[in-house]
Ligand binder design. Structure first.
Ligand SMILES: Nc1ncnc2c1ncn2[C@@H]1O[C@H](COP(=O)(O)OP(=O)(O)OP(=O)(O)O)[C@@H](O)[C@H]1O
Length: 836
C-alpha cells in the first residue's frame, strides 16, 4: 500500500460517512497538511473522494451511488422502505411483487421509479427495460379490459416493471385477481409494483400465494423537518429553472413553508410553492430576481439550473435550523460540565434543553416508532447481557429517541469539527463503564456512526439514572470460556441476578489460541479504561500460569485468574464486587471454591515468604512435614508441599523471579539447583554443618532461636526409625521396616557399597511408605520403561530391583510400579556407582 492508498484506507475506516477537513485528514495519518492536501486532490481525481466547500474544503468518501439517492429522505425516513424495496428487487427468481401504500402525492410513483432504476443499475434489467403505468382509475367498470391489458404486457417479450396504481378503486375480489396475475412475475420478465392510496382490506392478499413486500409511505408533515426543508428547496429550484430567474427567499419563510402542518402531500407543497412563485412573478415580471419574501439580510438565493447539490441543501437545513451554533454550543457546555466534575444530571439537563428546542421539528409518529426500537434495542444490547435496567416511562424513551434524531440531524448536516471527537473521549474518561455499555447499543442501532461524537449526545439522556450504579463497580471482571454461549449465559445470569454490569463475557471457539484470548482481554481492558482496583478473569480450562503471565503483560493492574469457572463461583465474585470488597479478600475467597478450581493472583509461586517441602516418598510425607513445620514456626512463613516431580518441573521451567519469596527448599534427596535458593536434604541435618545452615536460614527469615532449635529437634525425631514407625498406618512397622532393611542390604551387597546411616534411614522411610502405598493404591501404573532410552546401568538396576522386590511383592500381594523403581534409581544412583 502506498501513502496515498493508506490515507484513503484511514479515512474510509475512520470517517466512512463524514465530511472532514484537510487538517483532520492530515492528523489521521500523521502527515503534514501540504502533503496530505496533494494526496487528497489526487484521490479526488481518481474519483475516490468528493470535494466540497471552500475555506475550509471538505473531503468525503465517494460511495457507489444508488438510484434511490435522488429521493429526499433516502438516509432518513425512507431508509427502511428502501431496504425493503431492495429486498424485493434482489430476491432470487424474479424478485417479489411490491405494494406501496400512501396518501396522495407521498411519493409512491417516485419510489417505484427508483426501484426500476435500481434494478437496471444492479444489472437485473438492461437499459431497454420498460416502466409501464396502469391506472386502475381509468378502468373502473372495465375490469376485463384492465385484465387483458395486464396479461398482454406479460405476454409481450418485454422486460421491466408494471406499475399498477390506484388499486383502492377496485372491488376487493378484483384486486385479488390482479394480485394473482402478479404470479406471472415468476414466469415472465415483468415485475409488479402495486400502489394504493388507502389500506386495502387485508383479506385481499392474505391468501396471495406469493410473498408481497409492503411499503407504507408516511405523510409529508410526519417526516423530519430537515427533509421537509429539502423538499421546499427542491421545488423552489424547479421553479427557478422553469422561469429562468434567481429566487430569493428568507430562511424564516423557508421554514414556515416546511412547517405547514396541514400539508401531508408532497405534490400539494409543490403546488403551493408554484403558486407563491406565480404570485411574485405576476407582481414583478421584469425584475431579474424573484423575491418571494421581504428583504432579509440572510436571504437565500436559488439560482436557475444549478443542480441542487446535497451540500447546498445541507447548508440550507443547517442555517434554517440554526443547527451549527446550537450543536457547537451544546458540545462546549457539555465539555465544560464534564471537566468541572459536575454530575450527569447536569449534563442531561443541558442536552434536554436543546432537545426541547428541536422537539417541534420532529414528527411524533416517527418519534414513537423510533423510541420503541431504541427501547427494544437497549433491552437486547444492555439489559439482557449486562443486567442494567432502564425506566419504564414513555416520556423517558421519547427523549432518548429525540436525542438520537438530533444526533442524526447533526451527523447528516454538520461537518465534524475538531472539538467533536473530544466529547466521546471525555465521556469515556468520566463514565468508562457506562460508555462501554452505550457503545454496545450504538453498535446495534447505528454501527456506522459509532465514531461520530454527535451520537454520544443521547448517552446522557439514556444513562442519567443508572450511570452512578454502573460506575460504582471498581473491577474489570471477565468470563472466558469455550463454546458458543457458555460465557455469555453465565454472564447473563450473574449480571441479571446482581442487577448491574459486573461481567463481560467472551465465548471462544474450541481451537482458540492464547494470543487470541489475549487480544480479547487486551481490547476489552483498553476499552474500559484503567480500573483503579484490578482485573478478575474467570475461565474454564487451560493453564492458569500461562493465562496469568500473558494477561499481566497487557495490564499491570492487580490480577486474579480463576479456572474451572462455574455460575455459582461467578455469582459469588459478582456479589463481592458489588459489596466493593478488597481485592485481596476476593482473591482469598476464590481459593476456597472447590478442589478442582485453582486461582492465581500474584506472580510466581506465592506472594508470601515461603518454604517448599518436597519428598520423593510421596506427597503424604510432604504434607506431614509441612504440618510439623507449621506447628513449630511462626505463621509468617508459608509452607508449600509440592509433589517431587512437580518441583523438578518448576525448577526447570521457571526463573528466580518465580521463586522470589522462597526462602528454602527441603527435600529428601539431593536436588541440584543453580537458582540461588537454599536446598537442603533433610536427612543431612544429622550433619552438624547442615543443621547449622538450616538454623541460620531460619533466623534470617525472622524466626526465633527457640523455634528454629525446636524445628531441628522435631525433624530429627521425625526422621528416625521411631518416626517411621509412627507414620505407618496399616502395616506392622516391625515387619515392614525389617523388609526395607533387607532390601537395602541387597542393594549394598550387589553394588558392594556401604550406605551412610542417614541414607539408610531415608531408604527405610521411603521403602516402608512405598510398600504401604502400593498396598492401598488402587490404580495400576501402565507406564513401562522405554527400553531404547535406558542406559545399560539403569537396565541392570531395573532387573535387579525387580528380583529384590519379588519376595515383598509376594508377601504383601502388591506390584511395585515402574515409577517407584525409577524413583529409587534417582535416589541411589549417586551412591551405587561411586567408582565411576
Ligand atoms: N422522496 C422524494 N424525493 C424527491 N421528490 C419526491 C419524493 N417523493 C415525492 N417527490 C415528488 O413529489 C411529487 C409527488 O410524488 P409522486 O407522484 O411520486 O407521488 P404519488 O404518491 O405517486 O402521487 P399520487 O398518489 O398522486 O399518484 C413528485 O413531484 C415527486 O417528484
Amino acid at each position: 500500500m502506498n501513502a496515498i492508498e493508506k490515507l484513503y484506507a484511514a479515512i474510509a475506516q475512520q470517517f466512512p460517512d463524514e465530511r472532514i477537513t484537510t487538517k483532520q485528514a492530515a492528523d489521521t495519518v500523521g502527515l503534514t497538511r501540504g502533503v496530505t492536501s496533494s494526496y487528497l486532490s489526487k484521490l479526488e481525481k481518481q474519483g475516490k473522494l468528493l470535494k466540497t466547500g471552500s475555506r475550509p474544503v471538505y473531503w468525503q468518501i465517494k460511495r457507489d451511488e444508488s438510484a434511490f439517492d435522488e429521493l429526499i429522505g433516502f438516509r432518513g425516513s425512507l431508509r427502511e422502505d428502501i431496504n425493503h424495496a431492495i429486498e424485493a428487487i434482489v430476491y432470487p427468481g424474479h424478485g417479489l411483487p411490491i405494494l406501496i401504500i400512501g396518501a396522495h402525492g407521498t411519493g409512491k410513483l417516485s419510489l417505484a421509479q427508483g426501484i426500476f432504476k435500481e434494478a437496471i443499475q444492479r444489472g437485473i434489467f438492461t437499459q431497454e427495460a420498460v416502466f409501464k403505468i396502469i391506472d386502475c382509475g381509468k378502468y373502473k367498470n372495465k375490469f376485463n379490459l384492465l385484465q387483458r391489458e395486464v396479461q398482454s404486457i406479460g405476454k409481450k417479450e418485454q422486460a421491466g416493471f408494471l406499475y399498477i396504481k390506484n388499486l383502492q378503486v377496485l372491488h376487493s375480489e378484483k384486486q385479488h385477481e390482479l394480485f394473482m396475475l402478479a404470479n406471472q412475475q415468476e414466469k415472465t420478465n415483468i415485475r409488479f409494483i402495486f400502489s394504493a392510496i388507502t389500506d386495502l382490506n387485508n383479506t385481499n392478499y392474505i391468501d396471495f400465494n406469493c410473498a408481497l413486500v409492503q411499503i407504507r409511505l408516511s405523510l409529508l408533515n410526519e417526516r423530519p423537518l430537515d427533509e421537509r426543508i429539502t423538499f421546499v428547496g427542491l421545488f423552489l429550484q424547479r421553479q427557478a429553472n422553469k422561469i429562468g430567474k434567481d429566487i430569493v427567499i428568507s430562511p424564516r419563510l423557508l421554514i414556515k413553508l416546511a412547517k405547514f402542518t396541514n400539508v401531508g402531500s408532497i405534490s400539494e407543497l409543490n403546488n403551493r410553492i408554484q403558486l407563491l412563485c406565480a404570485e411574485a412573478y405576476a407582481k414583478a415580471p421584469n425584475i431579474k430576481q424573484l423575491v418571494i419574501s421581504k428583504a432579509d439580510e440572510n436571504a437565500i438565493c436559488i439560482t436557475p439550473n444549478r443542480e441542487l447539490l446535497e451540500t447546498r441543501i445541507t447548508s440550507l437545513v443547517t442555517s434554517a435550523l440554526q443547527l451549527g451554533p446550537t450543536a457547537t454550543n451544546l458540545l462546549k457546555e457539555l465539555s465544560e460540565s464534564l471537566l468541572a466534575g459536575e454530575t450527569i444530571t447536569e449534563q442531561n439537563f443541558l442536552v434536554l434543553k436543546v432537545l426541547n428546542q428541536v422537539d417541534t421539528t420532529v414528527s411524533e409518529s416517527l418519534l414513537t416508532a423510533l423510541s420503541q426500537t431504541i427501547r427494544q434495542s437497549s433491552q437486547e444490547a444492555i439489559t439482557h447481557q449486562y443486567g442494567v435496567t432502564f425506566q419504564d416511562d414513555d416520556n423517558f424513551w421519547r427523549y432518548v429517541a429525540l436525542a438520537f434524531v438530533f444526533a442524526s440531524l447533526c451527523g447528516d448536516n454538520l461537518p465534524i469539527t475538531e472539538s467533536v471527537p473530544k466529547l466521546q473521549v471525555e465521556i469515556k474518561k468520566r463514565y468508562p463503564r457506562s460508555h462501554y455499555l452505550f457503545k454496545q447499543l450504538l453498535n446495534k442501532i447505528a454501527p456506522q456512526n459509532i465514531k461520530s461524537a454527535y451520537y454520544y449526545l443521547p448517552f446522557f439522556v439514556l444513562m442519567v439514572q443508572c450511570s452512578e450504579k454502573i460506575e460504582s463497580v471498581h473491577y474489570n471482571a471477565i468470563l472466558l470460556t469455550h463454546g458458543e454461549h457458555t460465557a455469555s449465559s453465565i454472564q447473563q445470569v450473574v449480571n441479571t441476578l446482581c442487577g448491574n454490569y459486573f461481567f463481560e463475557a467472551f465465548d471462544m471457539p474450541i481451537d482458540v489460541s492464547i494470543n487470541r484470548i489475549n487480544a480479547y482481554v487486551r481490547d476489552y481492558l483498553v476499552d474500559q479504561g484503567s480500573s483503579p482496583k484490578g482485573n478478575i478473569i474467570l475461565f474454564d480450562m487451560g493453564s492458569l500460569r500461562e493465562m496469568f503471565r500473558e494477561i499481566k503483560k497487557v495490564s499491570d493492574q492487580e490480577l486474579l485468574v480463576v479456572n474451572n469457572v462455574t455460575t455459582s463461583m461467578a455469582l459469588d465474585i459478582g456479589l463481592r464486587i458489588q459489596r466493593n470488597e478488597l481485592f485481596q479478600s476476593i482473591a482469598d475467597a476464590s481459593q476456597k471454591y472447590s478442589s478442582t478450581t485453582d486461582t492465581q493472583y500474584y506472580e510466581g509461586l506465592s506472594n508470601r515468604k515461603n518454604i517448599i517441602v518436597s519428598c520423593m516418598s510421596g506427597v503424604g510425607l510432604s504434607e506431614e512435614l509441612k504440618k510439623l513445620i507449621e506447628e513449630t514456626l511462626s505463621l509468617s512463613l508459608e509452607v508449600i508441599a509440592i509433589d517431587y516431580k512437580h518441583l523438578h518441573a518448576l525448577l526447570k521451567n521457571n526463573d528466580r523471579q518465580f521463586f522470589s519469596n522462597t526462602q528454602l527448599i527441603l527435600t529428601t534427596t539431593d536436588v541440584s539447583g543453580d537458582m540461588g535458593i537454599d536446598i537442603i536434604n533433610i536427612y543431612n541435618i544429622f550433619d552438624k554443618s547442615v543443621s547449622l545452615k538450616l538454623e541460620t536460614i531460619l533466623l534470617q527469615t525472622g524466626e526465633t532461636q527457640k523455634s528454629s532449635n525446636l524445628l531441628i529437634e522435631r525433624l530429627l525425631r521425625f526422621l528416625s526409625i521411631e518416626g517411621i514407625r509412627g507414620r505407618l498406618q496399616i502395616l506392622n512397622p516391625d515387619v515392614v521396616i525389617q523388609e526395607s532393611q533387607d532390601i537395602v542390604s541387597h542393594y549394598e551387597n550387589f553394588y558392594n557399597v556401604k550406605f551412610e546411616p542417614r541414607l539408610k534411614l531415608n531408604l527405610y522411610m521411603h521403602l516402608s511408605l512405598m510398600i504401604e502405598r502400593m498396598l492401598v493404591s488402587t490404580t495400576v501404573s501402565e507406564n513401562s520403561f522405554q527400553e531404547a532410552s535406558l542406559t545399560p546401568r539403569k537396565k541392570d538396576f531395573i532387573s535387579l530391583s525387580k528380583g529384590i522386590f519379588q519376595p515383598v511383592e509376594q508377601k504383601f500381594n502388591i506390584k511395585v510400579q515402574n515409577y517407584e523403581i525409577e524413583l529409587l534409581y534417582q535416589l541411589l544412583k549417586d551412591f551405587i556407582f561411586i567408582d565411576k
